[in-house]
Design a binder for this molecule. Structure first.
Ligand SMILES: *Cc1c(COP(=O)(O)O)cnc(C)c1O
Length: 222
């Protein structure tokens, strides 16, 4: 990618965040951008880092490790989010490497995470992914099973801070954002990870506290 476009794109995203916050009566620092670096080379992450970006999202444990292993040591303030589906047998690796795991979506994964947390003394922050459009094949807990999963999490001693969703492709995301915000409110959860490159302004209007921005920041993925 061209180095000089990243600062411009970042500036533009910051402007949109600020404007969306102002329009919905929110403070700009109530929304945090997760820079989604999946499919981007280490060089792109380095450029983002030079701009002051400290919060990154990856969807695979292995890719995150190969890209961020060195940076972890160099960047004490790095905040790494896992935003892709997590297999139970990789729970420990994820707990060891990520600061926030956004994709807790089933009881067996909750148990594996609790075990990994006990074994490693690391305590990543956790969000539950909700299959907000109730799509077959899509990861995320079904909305009607959310209460049970949260109860399981709390029995296991997990502190779950919020909800995450990916609305169905090709649909208006706004009703889905509103539904996720309603579920979070109903369960007293304060973090909401929703909104990607194409719809983060609407997500902010609906209450997002994390937006996950990939291509609008880095350009197309390899
Ligand atoms: C890839 C990805 C994103 C970023 O998507 P863009 O449209 O490139 O901003 C956000 N969230 C998740 C879960 C993703 O997998």
């Amino acid at each position: 990618m061209m180095n000089d476009t990243l600062p411009l794109r970042y500036r533009k995203i910051q402007d949109v965040i600020e404007r969306s916050c102002t329009q919905s009566g929110r403070l700009p620092d109530s929304v945090k951008m997760v820079a989604v670096s999946k499919g981007q080379p280490l060089e792109a992450v380095q450029h983002a880092r030079a701009l002051g970006i400290r919060c990154f999202g990856e969807n695979r444990v292995q890719e995150a490790r190969s890209k961020f292993a060195v940076l972890r040591d160099e960047m004490p303030d790095l905040e790494l989010h896992l935003i892709g589906p997590l297999q139970t047998n990789k729970a420990r690796a994820a707990v060891e490497f990520f600061d926030v795991i956004e994709t807790l979506d089933r009881p067996d994964l909750a148990r594996a995470l609790a075990k990994a947390i006990a074994a490693t003394a690391r305590r990543p922050r956790l969000l539950v992914q909700v299959n907000i459009g109730e799509e077959p094949q899509k990861s995320g807990v079904a909305p009607e099973q959310l209460s049970d999963l949260l109860a399981t999490g709390s029995e296991l001693g997990l502190s779950i801070e919020g909800l995450m969703c990916i609305p169905p492709v090709g649909q208006d995301p706004v009703p889905h954002f509103a539904k996720l915000a309603g579920l979070a409110r109903a369960h007293g959860l304060c973090e909401l990870s929703m909104g990607m490159s194409g719809d983060y302004a609407q997500a902010i209007a609906a209450g997002a506290t994390y937006i996950r921005v990939g291509s609008a920041l880095f350009g197309d993925r390899a």
